[in-house]
Design a protein around this ligand. Structure first.
Ligand code: AMP
Ligand code: GLY
Length: 435
């Protein structure tokens, strides 16, 4: 049967999801709500104006429009119970339940969960009283310098402080000045971990874990990992710093343990599970869980998926990952460079004209749109903080890094901010290992 799929979200991740789902011969149409200029009337893909906050209206829309599968991109609708509500209304929906999404939506839940199940993570404590949090920061016998709003804060609720004073100030900003609103009613204070940061994601059908190749994001705005934290300025995959052996260790000690633990606690985890990890001298430790694909990790993972994404999603939902594990390209690497608006991650202008999209496509780059909109005249303008992710897929990582980092120059808009050193840790690692 020809299927109609609805994707929830409108960023680069959702454009990549739409692009891959549209490649499935089983899929007749991909709707994206709200989508962006990249998902507006492009082959099988089009945007939908349905409101996604009212789950009853959304369920009715799916029935009226013969949508047979909903795929949720971002965390907020998952935490708000979209999967629970659509499933109860008889609409098949890909992603974890609200209870399982707590792994991302509540840092205090996820930290206690990790302790309960012996999953390696930074030492920590959570507080509802700012004075107690500061006493912990000053009294801990390890550097307790990372302060996190426990709730969802659009990826911005984490402060990595230089010293105890700055950490205590962060507690006050979050708890007293409500820098992240009610997400900061509870704070988690944790040990500063050192090492290389990687993103290890998997599909989970509730029991079986199918690990994806390891990826690495670049959280800081500026070259050399300087400047403020962002949603992510670029990514590459696979990450040579994670050997096959280390990936198997991460799968066993983190991903499978998490999925087993959630099942044991009566909240089976079905969907994509993302572990943000620090590779410390004592081994990999979890920095955070996300209950969805990463953005921009998705834009380098999906181009490397050899299997049909639609079939993988269906197998995940049917609990059949053990018999049908997804297959990945093992002779290619992908790199994506994010182009952001001037001022991001702070205030930025919208409506700036974007040029060079056709030239980038001609140069063999895959441009995933994030914050973009179509003009009435058919042009494309910026409409968000992260505007585009420019992706290169090549046989080697070196080649993909060169293509993406240079090719990004083909696309442009006034004030565009992007890093010119995506993949620098992989380059340094490969150089060291070739010596
Ligand atoms: P999170 O949203 O929890 O991943 O935190 C955002 C970023 O803060 C991470 O990607 C890390 O770069 C950094 N971070 C979080 N926790 C720690 C930690 N315990 N030690 C060092 N850096 C951290
Ligand atoms: N790239 C980090 C995230 O999606 O949370």
């Amino acid at each position: 049967m020809a299927e109609r799929v609805l994707i929830i979200g409108g960023g680069g991740r959702e454009h990549a999801l739409a692009w891959r789902l549209a490649q499935s011969p089983r899929v007749q149409r991909v709707l994206v709500a709200p989508g962006n200029a990249g998902t507006a009337d492009c082959g099988k893909i089009s945007n939908s104006a349905v409101s996604v906050s009212n789950h009853a209206i959304l369920a009715q829309y799916c029935k009226d429009h013969n949508v047979s599968l909903v795929v949720v991109g971002p965390e907020a609708p998952l935490a708000a119970g979209m999967v629970d509500d659509l499933s109860a209304a008889g609409v098949l929906c890909f992603g974890p339940s609200a209870k399982a999404a707590q792994l991302e939506a509540s840092k205090s839940f996820s930290k206690s969960f990790m302790d309960r199940h012996g999953i390696p993570t930074a030492r920590w404590s959570s507080f509802t009283d700012p004075q107690e949090a500061c006493a912990y920061i000053r009294g801990a016998d390890f550097p307790a310098l990372v302060v996190k709003a426990s709730g969802l804060a659009a990826g911005k609720g984490v402060i990595v402080a230089k010293d105890e004073d700055e950490a205590c100030q962060a507690v006050l900003d979050i708890m007293k000045d409500k820098a992240f609103g009610s997400a900061g009613d509870t704070v988690v204070v944790e040990e500063l971990l050192e090492g290389e940061e990687v993103s290890c994601l998997c599909f989970s059908d509730g029991s079986t874990v199918a690990a994806m190749p390891p990826a690495q994001d670049h959280k800081r705005l500026l070259d050399g990992d300087l400047g403020p934290n962002t949603g992510g300025m670029g990514a590459y995959c696979p990450t040579p710093q994670v050997s096959e052996e280390l990936l198997q260790q991460i799968k066993a000690t983190v991903l499978q343990k998490t999925v087993d633990g959630m099942k044991e606690e009566g909240a089976p985890y079905v969907g994509v599970l993302y572990a943000g990890l620090m590779l410390t001298k004592q081994g990999p430790k979890v920095l955070e869980f996300n209950c969805r694909f990463g953005d921009p990790e998705c834009q380098v993972l999906l181009p490397l998926l050899k299997s049909d994404l639609y079939e993988v999603v269906k197998d995940t939902l049917r609990g059949q990952l053990a018999s049908n594990p997804p297959v990945w390209l093992d002779d290619s690497a992908a790199v994506t460079v994010v182009m952001a608006s001037e001022g991001y991650p702070g205030a930025y202008k919208k409506g700036v004209e974007i040029t060079g999209l056709a030239q980038a496509a001609e140069a063999g780059l895959q441009v995933f749109h994030a914050g973009t909109a179509l003009t009435e005249a058919g042009g494309v303008t910026s409409n968000g903080g992260r505007v585009l992710t420019v992706t290169a897929v090549r046989p080697t990582l070196d080649d993909a890094l060169r293509r993406a980092n240079r090719g990004v120059g083909a696309v442009g808009f006034p004030g565009a901010v992007y890093r010119r050193d995506i993949g620098h840790r992989a380059i340094a690692y490969l150089r060291r290992s070739r010596l």
